[in-house]
Design a protein around this ligand. Structure first.
Ligand code: 5GP
Length: 144
């Protein structure tokens, strides 16, 4: 994968310190240096890549395997009973570090995360056309 080096590569290489929460062969989790709330944790694959859709199945599976356990640990350690799992892809989606990462953001009431959610209404008449495109895209994706 030809993505550029980011600050997370330096953290993975130990060139920049982090408060490590968890590590295995494929995944590293550490405390966010600018937390939105107490316990804000980042979970990253060791495979370099800017976007989730670029990850190998193995890297993605390793993240999926460990995320629920990390969420449980963050909840237990902070006492939070609610959390957001946030994963930004692309500048328009507010991604700043171009290396895949999941934010585990425990919610303790009025804290630093605001989520705008101006929902529309699904057009049921046009849904079949969209579904056909989605099904075609899935069929053409060799990895699915
Ligand atoms: P993004 O906006 O790309 O989804 O979020 C990137 C996150 O990485 C931010 O929450 C930011 O605070 C965190 N971050 C950036 N640089 C560092 C760093 O050097 N160390 C740690 N621990 N977190 C970082």
């Amino acid at each position: 994968m030809s993505d550029h080096e980011t600050i997370f590569d330096k953290i993975l290489a130990g060139e920049i310190p982090c408060h490590r929460v968890y590590e295995d062969d494929h995944v590293l989790a550490f405390l966010d240096v600018n937390p939105l709330s107490h316990g804000h944790t980042l979970v990253i694959p060791k495979q370099r890549g800017a976007f989730l859709h670029q990850l190998s199945d193995d890297a993605a599976a390793a993240l999926g395997r460990v995320l629920p356990r990390l969420c449980r640990a963050v909840m237990q350690a902070t006492g939070a009973t609610a959390y957001n799992l946030l994963q930004n892809n692309g500048r328009q989606a507010h991604q700043e570090v171009m290396h895949v990462h999941f934010h585990i953001i425990p919610r303790h009431g009025a804290d630093g995360l605001g989520v705008g959610w101006s929902a529309g209404q699904l057009d049921h008449g046009k849904a079949p056309e969209l579904l056909a495109k989605l099904h075609r895209a899935l069929a053409e994706d060799a990895d699915v």
